[in-house]
Design a protein around this ligand. Structure first.
Ligand code: DX5
Ligand code: ZN
Length: 216
């Protein structure tokens, strides 16, 4: 599945950008929420998620890069999130936060920074719907993919498969046409693409090229 990150979209034409992405055949819309505390950048909040909700029927994959995410869960649920992903580094009571999301009837995701080991999610993996592996340090679009992420994806995938859990592996950061195949081969179910997607003129052509790459 392909989830373009609107962080790299033209915000002046956001609804048009999302409609064009939808027409191009993407599977979900990735929305990066940053607070200037957990990450050194400030982006968007529930108001924009609500606006995006009105422009598309695609699932909204909301990535919370904020401290105290538990305080904002119901705001993002009300705004229309389908997946809500919190960072393990921001949750002292991760189990409670994950269940707080699930009890609101949406899918719960947990994300790991590049330097955070996989064993930090060992005790929660069977409760979540999505594991988001950051392949850059979160905060900005357009960074380079950290190569060691490939092994992390492989280990995460085999851990999930071995136990038979229904958890999607999502990879976020530096995903491009050139490395997409390798990342999928390593075990990614969802590729987040920000700059690689929105820097293209023709999203439909880009999706065709990407699907062709993933086939061969
Ligand atoms: C990074 C964000 C990403 C970002 C990806 O902190 O979580 O979703 O938008 O952008 P690219 O694909 O340009 O690395
Ligand atoms: Zn993201």
């Amino acid at each position: 599945m392909i989830a373009p990150s609107i962080l790299s979209a033209d915000f002046g034409r956001l609804s048009e950008e999302i409609k064009l992405a939808e027409k191009a055949g993407v599977d979900m819309i990735h929305i990066d929420v940053m607070d200037g505390h957990f990450v050194p950048n400030i982006t968007i909040g529930p108001l924009i998620v609500e606006a995006v909700r009105k422009t598309t029927h695609l699932p909204l994959d909301v990535h919370l890069m904020i401290t105290n995410p538990e305080q904002y869960i119901s705001d993002f649920v009300k705004a229309g999130a389908d997946y809500l992903t919190v960072h393990v580094e921001t949750c002292i009571h991760l189990h409670r936060t994950v269940w707080q999301i699930k009890e609101q009837g949406i899918k719960a995701g947990v994300s790991l920074n590049p330097a955070t080991p996989l064993n930090t999610v060992e005790e929660i993996i069977h409760d979540i719907d999505l594991l988001l592996i950051m392949s850059v340090n979160p905060g900005f679009g357009g960074q380079n993919f950290i190569p060691s992420s490939i092994d992390k994806i492989k280990i995460a995938k085999s851990m999930i498969l071995k136990k038979g859990y229904q958890v999607l592996v999502e990879v976020d950061g530096g995903v491009k046409l050139e490395n997409a195949k390798e990342i999928v081969k390593a075990g990614a179910d969802i590729l987040v693409m920000g700059s690689a997607f929105f820097s293209e003129k023709d999203y439909k052509k880009f999706m065709e090229k990407l699907k062709e790459k993933l086939k061969t």
